[in-house]
Design a protein around this ligand. Structure first.
Ligand code: G16
Ligand code: MG
Length: 222
């Protein structure tokens, strides 16, 4: 019996990826490391410091900075990102999400959030969906990034639900891997290829159906 849903933020609840992209692109420009949206795909679901490492590696500059300098670069990106997300409004909640959250609530299940973003609280607040979440894991307290299961396991623990009674919803490959490593049922939002390891795949958030997902969970667990 499913008892809780645990959601990723970026790419599932809203598309903050565009703002992360713009903020990293500006920093990349300043460092003389240009990159496009295609490269940006690799940064989805990846933590701030790991994203910086990947951008520096792209420009072959990963050894040009001290740890303190890298911290400063990541902080600079985050300052720009924080400015960009002030533009977020409830209209930025992805299609079908509010209805899906309401359906989960109507069935009395718990809802958690397992985002890699240290800005998740601010984003959820600006989207006006905080009332649906029983718990949002503070990314600052998570030691291991996705695909490590830590953030999903923590969400389940705080919700007081065993991992095998949780359904995780993700849009990133590393995120789906984290859900599976946690021993949970995975719903992937994206292409069949990218979401190959998910138990259920939907092309977009508008296709998330509470009845279909719970039926698939029941068939899988039987
Ligand atoms: C999100 C984004 C990533 C971002 C990460 C950390 O993850 O997908 O691109 O680098 O959070 O964000 P911040 O710099 O705000 O701490 P998720 O897990 O919500 O998809
Ligand atoms: Mg994501």
């Amino acid at each position: 019996q499913v008892q809780a849903f645990i959601f990723d933020l970026d790419g599932v609840i809203t598309d903050t990826a565009e703002y992360h992209y713009l903020a990293w692109k500006q920093l990349g420009g300043e460092l003389g490391i240009p990159f496009d949206r295609e490269f940006n795909e690799q940064l989805k679901g990846v933590s701030r410091m790991e994203s910086l490492e990947r951008i520096l590696a792209l420009g072959n500059r990963q050894h040009d900075f001290t740890a303190e300098e890298k911290e400063a670069l990541a902080t600079k990106k985050n300052e720009h990102y924080k400015e960009l997300i002030t533009k977020i409004t409830p209209a930025d909640v992805l299609p079908g999400i509010t209805e899906f959250l309401r359906a989960i609530r109507a069935h009395g299940l718990r809802i958690g959030m397992a985002s890699a973003s240290k800005n998740a609280f601010v984003v959820v607040d600006r989207l006006g969906v905080q009332e649906y979440f029983d718990h949002i894991v503070d990314a600052a307290t998570v030691a291991n990034s996705k695909p490590h299961p830590e953030v999903f396991l923590r969400a389940a623990e705080v919700l007081g639900v065993p991992a095998e009674a949780c359904i995780g919803v993700e849009d990133a490959e590393a995120g789906v891997e984290a859900i599976k490593a946690a021993g949970m049922f995975a719903v992937g939002v994206g292409t069949k290829e990218a979401m190959a390891k998910a138990d259920v795949v939907v092309a977009g958030t508008a296709e998330l159906s509470y009845e279909e997902i719970v039926a698939a969970f029941a068939a899988h667990t039987r």
